[in-house]
Design a protein around this ligand. Sequence first.
Ligand code: GRF
Length: 210
Amino acid sequence: MTAPVPLVPLPARLAVFLSGRGSNFEALARAAAAGEVPARIALVASDRPEAPGLARARELGLSAIGLSAKELGGKAALEERLCELVLGHGIDLICLAGFMRILSPSFVDRFPLRILNIHPSLLPSFPGLHAQEQAVRYGVRVSGVTVHFVDAGTDTGPVVTQRAVPVLEDDDEDSLAARILPIEHETYVEAVRRVLAGGWRVEGRRVIFS
Ligand code: GRF
């Protein structure tokens, strides 16, 4: 059996977009540095110049760029700048990691099946904000993590990988989020590895790995 043809020449050049703490970014950066994913982080970009994740990226010596939609003149200008950065840095795959903006169809359409997102629930349950709180309120016994390709909807793109996490009876949003977070880190690394390895296709909504 021959190995699948990788999605892009390896090591791949990743961009991470984040808006906050950046723990998923750090998990990806650690995995890349350790050779656990055949990639290097070539760009970290944020719509919040003060995001702690951006400061951490700078400490790691990475190219880390904060953009303000307000200063640039709105969402379209911000996305245009992000697009220029992605093209200018020769990015192969964009990983959204706590990026708190919905990318418009015009941005997403420029990078089909080249943008991943991580979401702290088993989609399609509990999309959008406060997924862990939604899960606790609903009373589900199992929630989890989803990594999916990004399409023009909110947390609606084809699912790459999912992991389940139990919800306990005394959980609140914070305790469930704390149980899910380390699983997010593992799941994102695994998903990036699988996507970069290639040999997959998308049929309808289904991502089929050979
Ligand atoms: C994570 O829970 C992620 O799933 C969600 O936003 C949070 C970001 O956390 N989209 P961090 O900034 O990666 O620590």
